[in-house]
Design a protein around this ligand. Structure first.
Ligand SMILES: Nc1ncnc2c1ncn2[C@@H]1O[C@H](COP(=O)(O)OP(=O)(O)OP(=O)(O)O)[C@@H](O)[C@H]1O
Length: 264
C-alpha cells in the first residue's frame, strides 16, 4: 500500500511568490488498483509523481510504501514518462534489462526476465532492434517493460501516452489494461484526458491548481471490462461513463472560488 499523508511541496520563486505545487495532499494507492490523477496543466500532478518516485523531497508530510518512508528513488517503483528515456546505442533487450544490470543481476537472468516482459508488451520479435527502428508506441512499450523489470511494487506513469496519435494511444491503453490485469500491479497514472482517466482508473482523483490539491475522487470499474474485451466503444458510450465525464469536466473547468469544498 502506498500512503500519502498531508504531502506539500513548495517551490521558491524568484519574484518571492512561492509556488504551492502540492498542498496537503492525502491519498492511498492500494495493491492492484489504478489511481489516475487528472487535472489542468500546473495542478501538481507531476510534482506528486516525482515525490513518490523519490526525485523530489516533500516540504511537509510523508509518503510510505508498505510502511517504508520514501526518501530516494528505488527499484520498488518503476517510472514511465511521456518522453521515452531509452538508450539509443543499446538494443531493446538491453534497454529493458538496464535496471537489472545496475542491481547486479547476472546477464543470463536479466535477459530471460527481459524477454518475458517483451512478450508481455507484444515486442518479443524486436529484442535485438535498436530503439530508432521502433515507432513511438513501440518505444513506450519498451519503457513499460523496462519499468516492470525490477518487479516494482508500483508503476508510476506520467502522461505516458500523451505524445502518441489517437489510434496508437488506444492500443497502448488496451495494452496497459491487459498488463495490469495480468500482473495486478498498483499504478499511479497521470493524464490530461478525462476519457483516458475513466477508461483506465479504478480511482480517479481530480486535481486543481494554485495550490495543487485533490478536489474530488471517484471510483470506477470500466478498466476491468476494457481489459477483458479490449473494446473501448461500449465503455465510452456507457451512461455512467458519460455522466462521470461531464462531472469531472465541470470540476476541472470550475472557477477556483467555486471549487472549494467539493471533495467527495
Ligand atoms: N522545479 C520547479 N521550480 C519551480 N516551480 C515548479 C517546479 N516544478 C514545478 N513547478 C510549478 O509547480 C506547479 C505544478 O507543476 P507540475 O508540473 O507538478 O504540474 P502538472 O499538473 O504536472 O502540469 P502539466 O500537466 O502541465 O505537466 C506549476 O505551477 C509549476 O510551474
Amino acid at each position: 500500500m502506498l500512503r500519502i499523508r498531508d504531502a506539500s511541496v513548495t517551490f521558491p520563486a524568484s519574484d518571492g511568490q512561492d509556488v504551492h505545487a502540492l498542498d496537503h495532499v492525502s491519498l492511498d494507492i492500494a495493491p492492484a488498483s489504478i489511481v489516475v490523477a487528472v487535472g489542468a496543466s500546473g495542478c501538481g500532478k507531476s510534482t506528486l509523481l516525482n515525490a513518490i518516485a523519490g526525485f523530489l523531497p516533500l516540504s511537509e508530510g510523508t509518503i510510505t510504501l508498505d510502511g517504508q518512508e520514501i526518501v530516494a528513488p528505488g527499484g520498488d517503483r518503476g517510472v514511465v514518462f511521456q518522453k521515452d528515456t531509452l538508450l539509443p546505442w543499446a538494443n531493446v533487450l538491453d534497454n529493458v534489462a538496464l535496471g537489472l544490470k545496475y542491481r547486479g543481476v547476472s546477464r543470463g537472468e536479466r535477459h530471460e526476465r527481459s524477454r518475458r516482459l517483451l512478450e508481455l508488451v507484444g515486442l518479443a520479435d524486436f529484442a535485438e532492434k535498436p530503439p530508432y527502428e521502433l515507432s513511438g508506441g513501440m518505444r513506450q512499450r519498451v519503457g513499460i517493460a523496462r519499468a516492470l523489470a525490477t518487479d516494482p511494487k508500483i508503476l508510476l506513469m506520467d502522461e505516458p501516452f500523451g505524445a502518441l496519435d489517437s489510434l496508437t494511444r488506444e492500443t497502448m491503453q488496451q495494452l496497459l489494461a491487459s498488463v495490469w490485469a495480468k500482473t495486478g500491479k498498483q499504478i499511479l497514472f497521470i493524464t490530461h484526458s478525462i476519457e483516458e482517466a475513466l477508461t483506465l482508473g479504478t480511482t480517479i482523483v481530480v486535481m486543481s491548481p494554485r495550490p495543487g490539491r485533490i478536489v474530488a475522487r471517484f471510483d470506477a470499474d470500466f478498466v476491468r471490462d476494457f481489459a477483458e474485451s479490449g473494446d473501448i466503444g461500449p465503455i465510452q458510450s456507457h451512461p455512467r461513463f458519460i455522466e462521470l465525464r461531464q462531472e469531472i469536466r465541470s470540476l476541472i473547468h470550475q472557477p477556483e472560488g467555486a471549487r472549494r469544498g467539493t471533495l467527495q
